[in-house]
Ligand binder design. Structure first.
Ligand code: 13P
Ligand code: SF4
Length: 353
């Protein structure tokens, strides 16, 4: 990366000192991650943000829903800054509040709303988290989806879960971790009347999966898993649970970005790995572990374009603005949404494990 920008970022960081805390998601570019005080998956970063009450500025190198969650979990005097406001998440955008409220009304019409517990993946806007908080539900991340679903099914007799917005994380967790069958899961398509489902299908389902997905993880394919198994002897296939069910079924290990890193770190030298998650992370792992063979589980380039929007020029601009007293790109969730979203986030943070 540009040495002048590196020096400017370092100088601005030093000038802000203890006032500043920089969080970096594992999908961030190397040029950005070098300035993170802590790195992590969505769950770890949410906890790390909450554990820094002395920092006046939390600069979040990640995407918008993560910065919103950090704002919700920090105190009112702290300001969360997202270096580029265009760093969104296409999956989070697939569930809008009005659509979810329409779905909820339809579940009431089907006579099942009082047994449905809404659970939203962290990758959702604050107003969807608030919807879950208001309606007895919780947030989960890729590292605690199973415990969150167990919690949800314990909330009511004959409970059903409305899982937002990632159908793949919901299905993979229900079927591969909790022993449900594919027939227990139905997909709610917000673009179709009644989600494209009959009342009987809704009444019979245990998991109502929102029709959302990650466009990055949706690219990994089961036939590439077969191909890599045939060409790399002893390869272990390690994937993120946002991958489609057929890919996860064929994988050896599945888990959050933090799990993926810990697994590779613990592996003996000489082992071979094919990893299905975002490319910045896979490239970094390959560079950090030259004694292991680390392959990307896709034939093409597969960055998350919105994660990549946070680059060194944006980080330098955000940090230098703060040094100059200009609070730029501050993410503020309105108080009512914040209150209810915090309820849902808190339920997640209190889960066992
Ligand atoms: P993790 O919680 O595993 O870091 O995943 C976040 C994400 O956006 C994956 O696409
Ligand atoms: Fe969203 Fe997918 Fe990017 Fe994660 S990788 S931030 S789910 S678009």
């Amino acid at each position: 990366s540009d040495p002048t920008l590196v020096a400017r970022a370092a100088a601005a960081k030093a000038a802000l000192g203890e006032k500043l805390f920089v969080l970096g998601h594992h999908y961030q570019r190397d040029e950005v991650i070098q300035f993170a005080d802590v790195t992590g998956d969505s769950f770890k970063l949410a906890r790390d943000a909450a554990a820094r009450p002395e920092a006046e500025y939390i600069v979040f190198c990640g995407v918008h829903f993560m910065a919103e969650s950090a704002d919700i979990l920090t105190s009112p005097h702290q300001k969360v800054v997202l270096p580029d406001l265009a760093a969104g998440c296409s999956m989070a955008d697939m569930a809008r509040l009005a659509q979810v409220e329409d779905a909820w009304d339809a579940l009431a019409d089907a006579g099942i709303a009082d047994v449905v517990v809404p659970v939203t993946y962290m990758n959702s806007s604050a107003d969807i988290k608030a919807f879950c908080g208001r309606n007895g539900g919780a947030v989960c991340t890729s590292s605690n989806a199973e415990v969150a679903l167990e919690w949800a099914f314990d909330q009511k007799p004959d409970a059903k879960v409305l899982f937002l917005p990632d159908q793949h994380l919901g299905r993979n967790t229900a079927v591969l971790k909790m022993g449900m069958s594919l027939a227990d899961c139905v997909v709610w398509d917000p673009r179709q009347p009644n989600g494209g489902l009959t009342t009987d299908e809704l009444r019979d389902a245990r998991m109502i999966l929102w029709k959302g997905h990650c466009s990055v993880h949706g690219r990994f394919r089961a036939d590439v898993v077969d191909e890599l198994r045939a060409t790399i002897p002893g390869v272990t296939i390690l994937v993120h649970p946002e991958c489609t069910h057929d890919v996860v079924l064929k994988a050896d290990l599945v888990g959050s970005t933090e799990f993926i890193i810990k697994t590779v770190e613990a592996a003996p030298a000489g082992t071979s790995w094919a990893i299905g998650t975002e490319l910045n992370l896979v490239k970094r792992l390959a560079a950090q572990h030259p004694d292991k063979r680390i392959t990307f589980l896709d034939r093409t380039v597969c960055y998350c374009s919105t994660m990549n929007r946070i680059d060194l020029p944006h980080l330098v601009w955000a940090l230098e603005s703060l040094v100059a007293g200009h609070e730029v790109n501050v993410i503020r969730v309105d108080p009512d949404t914040e209150h209810h979203a915090q309820v849902a986030l808190q339920r997640m943070l209190e889960l066992p494990g």
